[in-house]
Design a protein around this ligand. Structure first.
Ligand code: DUR
Length: 313
């Protein structure tokens, strides 16, 4: 279909689908739950209502570039579940191309996994951040002839922080807390839910998250300490959620706002250096996945569209 793409600035195919996610207006709901992992996305999608005629949700598309979109209704409300892979770059594709494919407000909840930088969030707990910032490897630090010699001494750049949507974050935190409460009560190895802190997005899983790799020159031995100094209330570190908050804030068309919130299950305990066990994921993921959908349909949205492209009341 490449030959029909005419606009290099924002390419779409002949059927007007955005280039990387491969959806068009009407394919994606105003309420989106986004995850990284396609398997997780498909598991959560099993909770969607099935259509009488087909026994499936309304729409499913796996793009050639690694995006999965499943659209249907949850408890009667139009929602999309979108799996996007990993990293700021995939988040950028997802936010821009989804924004271009939906009219009106976009309410996005991200459900991901993260590392924890606090003893209050061990592996198996869930973090719901109030905002987030980004950490980027400064390539110039490693260049023989840096373009910005005055910045050469700084191996990693920190951004300022970007806020999640307050109201959505409150709804999400409360819904996840309620969903985990019985399991925690029963002594299952999940929880607690940690709210109110910041998330850090690294541009890598490795160097810019402070992981030590003797095979590469990274100059990141002091990075975790620097995180704790610059943003002492950092709870989590991963690769997508702060970028989501950043882009939501940068959406310029006031008729097309983006509201965003996020929650992450702690997979890597970076303080105690331990990793979540599969049996913990088996308990945690279905509870949090369902809680995200329950939170998503509680968000207030005006002029919501039906997934068939008509106004939904
Ligand atoms: N992730 C991290 N760092 C961690 C744990 C999880 O970035 O320590 C998230 C982000 C990314 C994927 O999507 O999980 C990498 O394993």
């Amino acid at each position: 279909m490449k030959e029909s793409i005419s606009n290099a600035n924002f390419p779409r195919d002949a059927e007007d689908r955005v280039y990387h996610i491969s959806v068009k207006t009407g394919d994606v709901a105003n309420r989106v739950l986004t995850v990284g992992d396609h398997v997780r996305g498909r598991r959560i999608a099993k909770l969607l209502d099935t259509e009488e005629e087909t026994g499936h949700p309304i729409f499913e598309k796996q793009s050639q570039r690694g995006f999965l979109t499943i659209t249907g209704r949850y408890k009667g409300v139009p929602v999309s579940i979108m799996a996007i892979g990993m990293g700021n770059c995939m988040m950028d594709f997802f936010v821009r191309e989804t924004r271009a494919s939906v009219d009106g407000t976009l309410a996005i909840i991200r459900f991901g996994s993260c590392g924890s930088l606090t003893t209050s969030a061990p592996a198996g707990s869930v973090v719901v951040p109030r905002g987030g910032y980004c950490i980027r490897r400064n390539l110039d630090h490693f260049a023989e002839e840096p373009i910005y010699p005055q910045l050469k001494d700084i191996p990693y750049f920190f951004s300022g922080s970007f806020k999640a949507d307050d109201g959505m974050t409150q709804i999400l935190a409360q819904t996840v807390e309620n969903a985990l409460a019985p399991a925690i009560e029963q002594g299952k190895p999940v929880g607690p839910v940690l709210t109110g802190g910041l998330n850090a997005d690294g541009c890598s899983f490795y160097s810019s998250q402070g992981r030590q790799d003797p095979v590469f020159w990274d100059d990141n031995e002091e990075l975790v300490e620097e995180i704790n100094t610059k943003f002492p209330d950092t709870h989590s570190i991963e690769m997508e959620t702060s970028m989501l908050f950043h882009l939501a804030q940068c959406a310029r068309d006031s008729t097309k706002p983006i509201k965003a919130a996020g929650c992450m299950q702690v997979f890597a305990d970076r303080v105690g250096n331990s990793f979540i066990r599969p049996e913990q994921v088996d308990i945690l993921e279905p509870l949090v996945g369902k809680a995200c959908l329950d939170a998503l349909i509680k968000v207030n949205i005006e002029n919501e569209m039906d997934v068939a492209g008509t106004v939904w009341e």
